[in-house]
Design a binder for this molecule. Structure first.
Ligand code: URP
Ligand code: ZN
Ligand code: ZN
Length: 483
């Protein structure tokens, strides 16, 4: 077909006849976790078929991407849809608009429900609703022998990661050390990577009661009752358990310097111990929790936001590779700020969770790349490549290479704007990043070769996200072959 300078050129009747879709992206700057170069990308039926200079192929859609950067679609390996009070998968258009094309959700397990059934149930909620591709982590909420036995079946349903909670004692989420160790031993046998929510539950319970008894009810006491030492201690204990089980460990939402250092130390000593931090721990501090008029409640998540010293340490950690990925821990609570108000007069009743899936790219790029904290390559690594590797979806996801899914972000680096909740699609009434200036934005977002978002708007249709099956023995197990 004839190319014309400018926007997209289409020949829809041909598509309908042949049933194939061919797209050619011309002259963009392809940015990967290892390099960047100017090239054309040729896509056929949702897959990248060829990357090179002056590709000579017919295509129904030709995009001229001079001056634009091409990123792999983001992989957010830490989101909550429909659990912890989070809104459901119909709000995943927010992910698409923000340049994330794959989300990995945590499938909650109700007591008495087999682990595999819990995953299938969560998948059924996503199927036909999700706007981007999706995969799952298991969560054990019924820690007992028969459930530990089920861990071996996780890879059969495409799940290669499993989260246990050291916090939330007195709820179904909590697992004690014995349960965690037993789960780790099983996980090690079948290539499942263990994840932990590392906060010492007893420290939190005692401090919560103490502060309430002293009459401290405000949101900032969420921080004081979950001090850095609670996370440091639990992280070290999780590492000890993982070492005992000889099981790879991926510590999610690391928020304190000392926990990060424990992970770095274990890795340096030769143990397969890795970690993730989240957008908000890199960009927001405890001061947000201290906002007046209960506004601080909007920022309540667990672990809590930390003082600047930790924020600085986490930037150094992602820059130097001591933490491997940045997730959003997206949890847009149904009802938004009104729901947070359940904790008026008692900070322990403020539900945990903040939205963030749409703003992960913008915040990481603006605060990281534009401020000189990380390179473009490191940005891609944290945003897409490593998350895909950790969960066992690489190189189908998180990469721009022949054979990978054509999940692509055409990024305009010159755009300047401000994050406003009114532009957000996460479906609640506030954004924790409200008012942050951003540089650059996803101009076009492609999911398996199909454009799904443009300039911050989802252009649908909704429900075309597909369940992606994760492979066991993923990145955290690679380490064994190095030794
Ligand atoms: O506050 C948070 N992070 N809510 C979601 C649950 C979790 O622990 O990740
Ligand atoms: Zn957690
Ligand atoms: Zn989470």
């Amino acid at each position: 077909m004839t190319e014309s300078k400018g926007d997209i050129v289409r020949n829809v009747p041909f598509l309908e006849k042949e049933g194939t879709m061919r797209t050619l992206i011309r002259n963009g700057t392809v940015v990967t976790s290892v390099n960047e170069y100017e090239a054309d990308i040729y896509i056929e039926d949702g897959i990248i078929k060829e990357i090179g200079k002056n590709i000579s192929r017919d295509a129904e859609e030709i995009i001229h991407a001079e001056g634009k950067l091409i990123f792999p679609g983001g992989v957010d390996e830490h989101v909550h849809y429909g659990s912890f009070g989070g809104r459901l998968f119909e709000t995943t258009d927010a992910a698409a608009a923000g340049g994330t094309t794959t989300i990995v959700d945590f499938a909650p397990q109700e007591k008495g429900v087999p682990l595999i059934d819990a995953i299938k149930k969560q998948a059924a909620k996503a199927q036909g609703t999700a706007c981007v591709d999706f995969a799952f982590h298991g969560i054990i909420m019924d820690p007992k022998e028969s459930v530990f036995e089920e861990i071996a079946q996780l890879p059969e349903v495409g799940v290669s990661t499993l989260k246990l909670f050291m916090a939330y004692k007195g709820t179904d989420f909590y697992s004690d050390d014995e349960s965690i160790l037993k789960a780790m031993m099983k996980a090690r046998e079948c290539g499942v990577t263990m994840m932990v929510h590392a906060e010492n539950a007893d420290i939190i319970n005692v401090l919560q009661k103490k502060y309430l008894a002293e009459g401290h009810t405000e949101p900032v006491y969420h921080y004081y009752s979950r001090p850095p030492v609670a996370e440091e201690e639990a992280t070290k204990r999780a590492i000890a358990l993982a070492r005992t089980a000889d099981c790879p460990l991926y510590v999610v939402h690391v928020s304190v310097k000392e926990a990060m250092e424990a992970i770095r130390e274990a890795y340096t000593q030769g143990y397969p111990v890795f970690g993730e931090t989240c957008t908000h721990y890199l960009t927001l501090t405890t001061e947000y929790l201290a906002k007046p008029d209960f506004e601080g409640a909007k920022y309540v998540c667990a672990p809590p936001l930390r003082p600047q010293k930790h924020v600085d340490a986490l930037w150094e950690a992602v820059q130097k590779g001591w933490l491997q990925a940045v997730g959003s821990d997206h949890c847009a609570l149904e009802g938004g700020f009104e729901t947070k108000k359940r904790g008026l007069g008692d900070f322990t009743k403020i539900p945990n969770g903040c939205p963030g899936v749409q703003d992960r790219l913008a915040m990481l790029w603006t605060e990281g790349v534009c401020k000189g904290r990380i390179t473009r390559q490191k940005f891609i690594e944290l945003f897409a490549t490593m998350p895909a590797k950790v969960v066992g979806l690489y190189p189908q996801k998180g990469e721009i290479a022949a054979g990978s899914d054509a999940d692509l972000v055409i990024f305009d680096p010159d755009y300047e704007g401000v994050i406003r909740n009114e532009d957000s699609l996460h479906g609640i009434d506030y954004s924790p990043f409200e008012g942050f200036p951003v540089k650059g934005r996803p101009e076009q977002v492609y999911l398996r070769g199909k454009k799904i978002a443009e300039n911050g708007r989802f252009i649908g249709p909704k429900g075309e996200g597909k369940w992606q099956k994760c492979r066991p023995y993923a990145m955290c197990y690679d380490y064994f072959s190095l030794n």
